[in-house]
Structure formats: C-alpha cells, structure tokens
Design a binder for this molecule. Sequence first.
Ligand SMILES: [Zn+2]
Ligand SMILES: [Zn+2]
Length: 227
Amino acid sequence: MIDNGFSTKETDKRMAKLGVCGDDVSAILVTHEHGDHLGGVARYARRYNIPVWASHGTAAMIKKMDTVQCFNSHKAFDLGAFSVEPVLVPHDAREPTQFVFRSNNLKLGVMTDTGSITQHIVDVLSDCDALLLECNYDREMLLNGAYPESLKRRVLGDWGHLDNLQAIALLQQLDTDKLQHLVLAHVSEKNNSHDLVLDSVSMAIQRDRAWLQVIDQDDGLAWCELN
Ligand SMILES: [Zn+2]
Ligand SMILES: [Zn+2]
C-alpha cells in the first residue's frame, strides 16, 4: 500500500471492493507527511499490524507511530517480491519521495505531489510498463477558481503540484513504448475535470482516450494487470 489518507472503515470498504483486506497488506510506504497521504496510515497500520516505511525526513514527521522503517531516498531496496526505488521530488514536504517498483522484469512508476519536473524524474520514469501520474490542475481553472491566493501560489509553485501541461511535458520526454497502462491521478475536484485530463493527454501523446484511465476520488481504480 502506498499512502493512506482515509479512515480505517473507508479503507476497508475500498479494499473489499478490490477483493482484498488489511491482512493482505505486507507494508505501507509513505511518500510524504501531507494529510491526504499520511492521515490514515498509523490507524490502519496498527489495526492490521503492518510495517510502515518512509524516508528519514518523512519518518521524522510521523508523530503517531513508535516505529517506522526508514529507507535511504537515494537507494533502491527490496520489499517482498519488489525492488523499490525511491524518487526524490520537489514538493513542499520534509523529504518527499515517489516510487518506481520492479518485479519480474516489469516496471511500475508512481508519481504524484511534484511541483516541477527534474531530469532525475525523467530518467527514472522512462521505460515503465505502467505509470500512475499526477494531473492535479488546469492552470486556467486554478487561476480563476475559488482557492485563496496563498493556496494558488502554493499549488502553482515549483514545490506544489503538476498541472495537466506539466504532466504532458513529462510524458513527452519519456520513452513510453512499453507502457501498458497510464493512470492519471491526484486530479483536483475543484481545479480540473476528468474530461479535460483525458482530452488533453490523449491528444498530446496520441493514444486513444479509452486507453487512458483517470482515478476518481470516490470510486478509486480497479486492478490493472501487467504482463
Ligand atoms: Zn497529495
Ligand atoms: Zn503533498
């Protein structure tokens, strides 16, 4: 499991929908300390006795747990059947990381909560078999929307979030020949729309709109198979 911003009850409900339960989770990896990622981690970990992993900086921000396993953000490590490569990202948290997972010669990239694209991000996300990528906001909608000015500046900034065009610019720099699934995630309900994300990404990378997936905040995402 990567992050958990939900109550235990809500998490159980979402897990059941996918045919799994808390006892099936062997580890929770925490990307950073913001509430939508960390809020439900301690309760869920305690309820099902799951080890929690985070960078040293993120671990220092996890106050509600006695033990957090720390990984070196610059070094891949093994977790069960996976090799986990932490990817440091520019985001306004203490030591935020996203992840690349490898198993059976397959590579899955997970990249949300990133304010700008670095060469390092381009390098590690190339050649993925599946990629979950943030498309947080549409610039016009954010600028003309109801967020207070300070929050707009935060989201827009280099340590905020990726907008649709930044996500597209990143995709255009990646080798995506092997990509079996592209899942667009962390989509703002106020400053973006699923249609806008699907239209702009499919046009930019010349893939069928129906091939793309957007994660709905209420419904989540069904299992995707990689082979
Ligand atoms: Zn977030
Ligand atoms: Zn965040």
